[in-house]
Design a protein around this ligand. Structure first.
Ligand code: BDP
Length: 688
């Protein structure tokens, strides 16, 4: 009897824990009302649309909603016309997106008049850097949801299917319609039949949710698994091998989306191994997938150990090829020219390649923003990037406009985000990291959305139902939970920039973990462009990377008048100062203070912000379920400690060059530099 009681208690406990462990993401409606859904057609996708309405409806009780597929020129692609009681679209996916939108507006209380909503980008894709052994490159939320190792690695279980379906639903609810299922550092195994069978199983689950599967491929696959002597893209046998492979994939996955390729980058094979160009390689693959409507996303993340500024290399490699790519090739370009730093200017390739389709690649996983420990809401970073004016087609040529088809004629438009999803119960490691998955989908759908709105929606949907049993009024909740938490989210990325690398500093991480500070990190035999001193260039005279014409001249890759604005010290935004300029320690900033003092103030300000976030969150306890509250609270404490290490490490290290005091009104360092360096060396080894 005692055992039975214990068992019941255990079951109840595990249910309540499960209920609020974050697994339900932003899809956690608790109180649905009856609704009558009218839809003349039937299909798996329409059935889902209907079911979602019936399960989640919180509009007027007993209302009737009609779902209508009807051609309408004002509606583009998977867009829809939405009103309180009807959704009209050209496609089934459009109906599904309209349904999720309607439900979202019900939950967030947004007023809804009749409206047409069209997607900014046609292809809104997650890139999973998941390895076929189940590990995830730069993943901080557990192992892969798609792959695992071991004897039964390829057996598809019911648990797999459930998880993939939950994943698909979450994606569809925010408009994501593509998933690249494996790492850009791809294993050739993915193209073997055993693995393709599992790809088929995944694609079958994703399909009704309107999501296409894509694969990353290794360029040398023909030689590695096809028994060919070469993988030269101009060799007819190689081209035939890829054509046959595309046929095989399409026989299993009829709506297969296409390939993503990292070639001749960081040791990956590519066409240049055979004296061919990126265009030769990409076009050969594009021809293979063309008959099935597939695309090739060819990454521009290329750089070598040459003397050329790393920020300039991709432009030099790709610009001469502009116009040489097939129309189903898209060049996938990271937002910044270096590598997903907490802040970078946009890559000069945006808008510059006028005869080639270009798509942005964002990083949702927080490789450089504190992994799953730091609270970083990334929508402000992406908004800043998408709204940056490239001037490539006159003023107003924002990155968004240069990539979504509104300026350049292009057959496809696409945007990708490197996923932050793993097997962790809450999918993303940090509860707040879910907001970045959400934000990516929302911005991919509507690139002009404001971060504020996205944060507002996410908080309401994610935490709005937690206080069911508590006596908390809407006014109280809005004032004392929604407003401060939203403020915290909106300031969180800038706080990280401040305590890690303010004023345009970049890539001053220790070793390749990309987590803690390491401005000092420069093992003698390491490639110079992989060490922080290459990027910060601190010396007794000053600090920063000179990218003007007296330095690397990377600025010449930007269009006028932006080039002059960034070159001219009086107009260069201070957030990019040390990205583009090497400046003396006593250079005067707009505040009237010296560069050194201002640098210290930013580092200090970043630390103080995280402490403010702790105060905000501690006061949120009443409004959040216990598990999620404690989880976030713990991580904020760790973030506070990390921020302090960053500040003390960087300020004390740079002080060796500036030889100036830390402004006396700022908090004093509590760490010694030697201690931090030693701690770091112990952690990463000394790489001799
Ligand atoms: C870098 C990551 C590395 C990736 C690479 C890429 O550190 O793990 O493989 O980007 O994007 O940021 O290919």
């Amino acid at each position: 009897m005692k055992n039975i009681v214990l068992f019941v208690v255990f079951v109840l406990l595990s249910f309540s824990v499960r209920a609020e462990n974050g697994h339900h993401l932003w899809l956690r409606n608790a109180d649905p009302k009856p609704v009558n859904v009218v839809c003349a057609k039937t299909s798996p996708t329409l059935a889902l649309a209907k079911q979602e309405l019936q399960k989640e409806w919180t509009g007027e009780s007993g209302a009737s909603v009609s779902l209508v597929i009807k051609a309408d020129k004002a509606i583009r692609g998977d867009g829809y016309r939405i009103s309180k009681n009807a959704i009209q679209a050209n496609t089934e996916n459009g109906i599904l997106y309209g349904v999720y939108d309607l439900l979202r507006r019900q939950q967030t209380g947004e007023v809804l008049n009749e409206e047409i909503c069209n997607p900014s980008y046609d292809r809104r894709i997650l890139n999973h850097w998941d390895n076929v052994d189940g590990s995830i490159e730069r993943g901080y939320a557990g192992l892969s949801i798609f792959w695992r190792k071991g004897d039964n690695a390829l057996t598809v279980t019911e648990a797999d299917k459930t998880l993939w379906q939950e994943y698909a639903r979450a994606n569809a609810s925010i408009g994501i319609n593509g998933s690249v299922l494996n790492n850009v550092n791809a294993s050739q195994l993915i193209l073997t039949n055993n693995y393709l069978q599992r790809v088929k199983a995944i694609a079958d689950i994703l399909r009704p949710y309107g999501i296409k599967a894509y694969l990353s491929v290794k360029f040398s696959s023909p030689a590695l698994i096809g028994g060919l002597k070469t993988s030269d893209p101009l060799n007819p046998e190689v081209a035939k091998w890829w054509k046959d492979k595309a046929i095989e994939i399409h026989s299993l996955v009829p709506d297969f989306g296409g390939f993503l390729v990292k070639a001749n980058s960081e040791g990956q094979p590519g066409p240049q191994d055979f004296g061919r160009t990126h265009a030769d390689g990409a076009n050969m693959l594009a021809d293979a997938v063309k008959p099935f409507g597939g695309i090739v996303m060819w990454r521009a993340f290329v750089y070598s150990a040459s003397n050329e500024d790393r920020a300039s290399q991709a432009y030099h490699e790709f610009m001469p090829l502009d116009g040489q790519f097939r129309d189903n090739v898209i060049i996938q370009v990271k937002n910044g020219p270096v590598d997903f730093q907490p802040r970078e200017p946009f890559s000069p390739l945006f808008g510059a390649m006028k005869k080639t389709t270009v798509m942005p690649e964002l990083q949702i996983t927080q490789e450089y923003l504190g992994h799953s420990i730091h609270l970083a809401f990334l929508a402000p970073m992406w908004e800043e990037f998408l709204q940056s004016d490239t001037y490539q087609n006159g003023p107003g040529s924002t990155v968004a406009c240069c990539t979504d088809g509104s300026i350049f004629p292009q057959k496809y438009s696409a945007i990708a985000g490197v996923a932050n999803i793993g097997l962790d119960a809450n999918w993303c490691g940090h509860q707040f990291a879910q907001s970045n998955w959400f934000a990516f989908g929302r911005l991919a759908w509507n690139s002009s959305l404001k971060s504020e709105q996205i944060a507002d929606e996410w908080i309401k949907m994610t935490f709005g139902k937690s206080n069911d049993n508590k006596d908390i009024s809407a006014i109280d909740w809005n004032l004392n939970f929604l407003a401060p938490v939203k403020q915290m989210m909106l300031e969180s990325r800038e706080a990280i920039v401040d305590f890690m690398m303010p004023l345009g500093l970049h890539h001053i991480f220790s070793a390749n973990g990309h987590y803690g500070p390491g401005p000092w990190w420069a093992p003698p035999r390491m490639r110079k462009d992989w060490t922080p001193p290459y990027f910060h260039q601190a010396d007794t005279l000053g600090i920063g990377f000179d990218r003007t014409s007296t330095g690397s001249n990377n600025l010449s890759q930007y269009q006028e008048p932006l080039r002059s604005e960034l070159t001219n010290l009086s107009t260069c935004p201070e957030v990019y100062l040390l990205w583009f300029h090497h400046l003396p320690w006593d250079y005067k900033l707009k505040s009237g203070r010296t560069l050194w003092d201002e640098l210290c103030i930013h580092y200090n300000g970043g630390v103080q912000k995280i402490r403010e976030f702790q105060q905000i969150w501690d006061q949120a306890e009443r409004y959040v379920d216990h598990d999620r509250f404690v989880d976030v609270q713990k991580r904020l404490r760790d973030q506070s400690l990390n921020a302090l290490e960053w500040k003390d490490g960087c300020v004390l290290y740079f002080q060796k060059f500036s030889r100036k005091p830390i402004p006396f009104n700022l908090e004093r360092p509590i760490y010694n530099l030697d201690f931090l360096i030693e701690k770091d060396t112990k952690r990463v080894g000394n790489y001799q």
